[in-house]
Ligand binder design. Structure first.
Ligand SMILES: Cc1ncc(COP(=O)(O)O)c(C=O)c1O
Length: 369
């Protein structure tokens, strides 16, 4: 028997979440963001659930190739553009649209020999200070691109740092939006502004975002947790991580659990050991009290997460025994949901990191229902 740990990707939940993005931005076209191997889910596993999108946005050329291999003939956007002049050959061959965020990428385009002009998304650094042209040099970058025979259509793009503002205590998107609008005034072309947080929290129509770029919301994580959870946003978990109890143990008051003896029973208890640890991608930082579902009933971890095991309090769960199903995040067999955000918050991180960090040794299957 293989070790009892499994990740399941839910196609119906992906479809539902994508439909939510579409409902939030009914007039916009949707880029389904599938970078980082579809946020850890696997591009091939999410493809069916997201194929209603207008295009796929990602980073790596090999991921773009994989989307084409799945039979996708529609738009694919490279969110960081090309890294090397040779990448432009592949852009032509695979018909990829690409972001242009720096003058070196314009140089590469100018030197590129092609008969097929390329569609580009010109990125402005409107305040995030990661990728993009500074507002003052945006128009001259546009003019340079527009003069190149290698370039077909130019779309306008920026990325918000604080669309989930309440969580971050910042001033939201107002400052970046004003900058983008000022410096793109009168420039023709479609605009792409919204990530998940902006898609959920603002009107794409008001922002004039012809394309929205939802990532994390497609995968059933709330952009502004704990202010709001996935139930608030009507999103469904797209990944369930399950394991099973592999041993149970009775504790007396004063007994400790695991490395560092960080947990001490203050009364007689029953605990269970499950086959999941940090080598599977479960965060080691999760402290005693992290929620977990045993047989679909919410309880808590006790003691430190170790490489291959976690210990769980089953004192109030007399039916729990060796082989009982445990849900680390996602949806249990009885329908109970434990959001990945609940677990991530305990580890002082976000759902993005947990889903991307599922280890290669964890088998992953698709629930195509
Ligand atoms: C340029 C760009 N657009 C869209 C996204 C999707 O963001 P999110 O997953 O927060 O929706 C990302 C992710 O970081 C990004 O870098």
């Amino acid at each position: 028997m293989p070790r009892p740990i499994l990740a399941t990707v839910h196609t119906a939940a992906l479809r539902h979440n994508l439909a939510r993005a579409s409902a939030c931005a009914p007039d916009a076209k949707l880029w389904a963001v599938v970078k980082a191997n579809a946020y850890g889910h696997g591009i091939e596993r999410v493809f069916d659930g997201l194929r209603a999108a207008d295009g796929f946005a990602l980073l790596d050329l090999d991921e773009a190739q994989r989307v084409r291999d799945l039979g996708w003939r529609g738009p694919i956007l490279l969110l960081e553009g090309v890294f090397d002049p040779r990448d432009l050959e592949l852009c032509s061959r695979l018909s990829l649209w690409h972001t242009v965020h720096c003058s070196e990428q314009i140089d590469m385009l100018a030197a590129h020999k092609t008969n097929v002009p390329q569609r580009v998304f010109l990125k402005m650094n409107s305040g995030m200070n990661r990728l993009g042209f500074k507002p003052e040099s945006y128009r001259s970058a546009w003019t340079r691109l527009n003069a190149l025979p290698q370039v077909d259509e130019i779309s306008l793009m920026t990325h918000f740092s604080d669309a989930d503002a309440k969580r971050m205590g910042q001033d939201g998107i107002a400052h970046q939006l004003a900058t983008f609008n000022t410096f793109t005034q009168d420039l023709p072309g479609e605009r792409s502004l919204c990530n998940s947080a902006a898609t959920l929290r603002y009107s794409a129509q008001d922002l004039r975002s012809d394309w929205v770029r939802p990532g994390i919301m497609q995968y059933g994580s709330a952009v502004d947790f704990p202010e709001h959870n996935i139930a608030h946003w009507d999103l469904q978990p797209t990944m369930t991580l399950t394991s099973k109890i592999i041993a149970t143990c009775a504790l007396s008051a004063g007994d400790t659990v695991g490395y560092g003896s960080s947990f001490m029973a203050d009364k007689p208890m029953r605990i269970a050991v499950m086959a999941c640890g940090y080598a599977d991608g479960y965060p080691r930082l999760c402290p005693t009290g992290t929620p977990v579902l045993v047989g679909g009933v919410r309880t808590r971890t006790v003691g430190r997460v170790s490489m291959d095991m976690i210990t769980v309090d089953i004192t109030e769960l007399p039916d729990a025994q060796m082989g009982t199903e445990v849900t680390l995040w996602g949806r249990a067999n009885n329908g109970a949901v434990l959001s990945i955000d609940d677990v991530a918050a305990q580890a002082q991180t976000v759902g993005y990191e947990l889903m991307c960090a599922i280890a290669a040794r964890v088998p992953m299957v698709v629930d195509a229902g």
